[in-house]
Design a protein around this ligand. Structure first.
Ligand SMILES: C[S@@+](CC[C@H](N)C(=O)[O-])C[C@H]1O[C@@H](n2cnc3c(N)ncnc32)[C@H](O)[C@@H]1O
Length: 197
């Protein structure tokens, strides 16, 4: 097994054992295929955690740049150390609240995998950083099977969060700018491509 694969497996194991939420292997594989099929060269990721997905995507052949934003200082420092171990030089990590970060460049792919209640804000903010033919991918649109069943949820906080995801999905379905495809992998991915692309 090559060095990067070994490191990726170690990071995944650490995430699972320490309750760090990371993407499922199936979601990583699906997004990796989208990256290859669409000749993606640059990625902006919202929600680094410990840089598991960051390193998975940055290690794909042809990826020139991955910028990833994480607000949690402890996770950010683990992410930094993992990126150092990877010896990849195409990753830029930013420790900040992504709701406030100013990113100037344009990217071929924006991945939204941070606070699920803020999906709409992230989408509207970071679509401005998307290249003309770029793609936006949002993870966890099923939120562990709760989406579509918010009225049955007893916990007020969880119900409010799931309602926000449901509203976000309504927004995606009704929006005029992007075509949206849902992929039933992991916790459901939303894949958005501009209508004119
Ligand atoms: C699901 S995890 C990311 C997992 C990572 N993409 C992976 O698959 O390896 C979500 C992360 O987003 C971070 N986060 C949540 N809201 C954020 C915000 N407003 N700005 C930056 N990071 C945020 C959380 O601290 C958490 O570590």
């Amino acid at each position: 097994m090559d060095r990067i694969r070994e490191l990726i497996n170690e990071i995944r194991e650490y995430g699972v054992n320490n309750d760090v939420p990371i993407m499922s292997v199936e979601s990583i594989d699906t997004i990796s295929n989208i990256i290859k099929e669409n000749n993606i060269k640059s990625i902006l990721e919202i929600g680094t955690a410990i840089a598991y997905s960051t390193i998975c995507f940055a290690s794909i052949d042809g990826i020139e740049k991955v910028t990833s934003i994480e607000r949690d200082k402890v996770r950010f420092s683990i992410a930094k150390s993992n990126v150092l171990k990877s010896k990849l030089n195409n990753i830029e990590l930013i420790c900040d609240d992504a709701l406030n970060t100013v990113i100037n460049g344009k990217y071929d792919l924006v991945i939204i995998d941070a606070a699920k209640s803020q999906n709409l804000k992230f989408f509207n903010k970071y679509k401005e950083n998307l290249n003309e033919n770029g793609i936006i991918i949002i993870d966890n649109l099923d939120f562990h099977g709760y989406v579509g069943k918010s009225s049955e949820i007893k916990s007020r906080n969880l119900r409010q969060m799931v309602r926000k995801i449901e509203k976000f999905i309504d927004f995606l379905d009704e929006n005029q700018e992007f075509n949206v495809k849902y992929i039933e992998v992991g916790d459901r991915l939303g894949v958005c491509k501009r209508k004119n692309s």
